[in-house]
Design a protein. Sequence first.
Length: 437
Amino acid sequence: MPKKTMNKFRKKVAVLGGGVSGLAAALTLAEGGFKVIVAESSPYIGGAAGSVGIPDGRIASIGYHHIVGSDKRLLEVLNKLDLISRVNWKKIHVSTLVDKKNIDLASPKDVMLFKRLPFISRFKYMFLGARCMLTKDWSSWKDRTVTEFVKSWADEKVLQAIFAPLVDIKFGLLSDQADAAWLGRRLSHAEGRTPFGFIPCASWNEEMCQEFKRRIESLGGEIMLNTPLNAIALDKKGKVKSVKLGSKTIKVDAALNTIPPPALNPILIEAKAPSRWLRVLGGIKYMSCYSLLAGLPTVPFRDYWTVFLYPRAIFGGCFSISNLNHTLITKKDKAVINLFTNLEYGKRPWSLKKYEEMVISDLQTVTGKKIRPNWVKTNIIKFVSPIFSVGYKNPPAKLGENLYLAGIYRTYPKFSTTGEAMASGIETANLLLKDFN
Ligand SMILES: Cc1cc2nc3c(=O)[nH]c(=O)nc-3n(C[C@H](O)[C@H](O)[C@H](O)COP(=O)(O)OP(=O)(O)OC[C@H]3O[C@@H](n4cnc5c(N)ncnc54)[C@H](O)[C@@H]3O)c2cc1C
């Protein structure tokens, strides 16, 4: 154990939120000699990258989760945590269901057969894809809309047939509300072309979170589950004096927040925080989501990732997670799938039961088969992802004298992966360490 961590007078930092950015920040701070307390409102760590038990002692991500082969920041962390050697890699397939046919919108051959686009627009669409892959700097597309971008690099038909429905599936936004730099950056990643990683007989993100926990605790840090941040006490200059975690008030030297801003803001209002802080964070809107895991007696989709474009289903996509991690298959479950429905936060029109019924009914419609799951497991994640609408601004890494910010909501316009979320946590933790040393 480093000497500094033995010092009982060492500085105390509250890390707010136990998602991957909070865990990465907490480990960095603990390694830097700080006493860290991680407060997580839910019963598990990992946040959006959390995991749940499914029948037969298996464990799966609440949402689908693959290791994106090009996510260098994630690979660095897995390496540091001695997990990289357990990762298996697989080339996966992404397909889009259009009029009951699976097509690959990254394959020139399939695009040439995509009848919903006029002939000339098929070429324009492919040209847009190629141009995205060659573009590294997306700054000139910041504060501009997806509509402007797609019309400029392809045409209106491409926008209406492909990108308008995709933006709706992802954020529930119209294409002239969604941000062009975000979309371009995402396309330039060509996610479906990189191999995807997984850890056999495990949920890789759960393994990663548990390893973070083990290391944080071995450095004297504490992770408090079922413990929401309930209040922050600020002095007149806006310095954090203490935080109320659950029912306990704890004096701290600094706080590093990774809680989604829509959950933090009411607490800052209560704390009479400077109006500038509320302005910075108040503009950040989040999606919430329904996530349904199911074990099926048949394999409904050929590919790991199927997007439903025409007709649209209640869910935007199906991740056949056992197609990537084959160790999830059992005698009964020939496939384990994750179906995902994004919702604008606050819109929660269904009960879980009703949602399950709608999913099963849509699953039968899109597959044309009478599928009866062996089991289903449904979750609602309240704040799952920031909505990158046009004009999105990352808040600063430091809000007041000792209140720091990190998390996925600070990574625009990068591709929103676990790697980028953790990189944000590490970067802010390093800033804090520098300020205090
Ligand atoms: C469905 C889905 C699939 C994804 N798939 C992949 C993938 O395949 N590969 C990949 O690399 N990335 C993937 N991502 C992205 C990645 O999971 C996220 O970017 C990352 O997990 C975000 O981490 P975070 O710590 O910034 O935020 P969060 O995970 O949102 O963490 C915030 C934490 O704060 C907690 N919290 C909220 N309010 C309070 C409060 N009052 N007090 C205390 N705690 C509170 C929350 O419970 C949560 O744990 C996916 C994301 C989603 C949503």
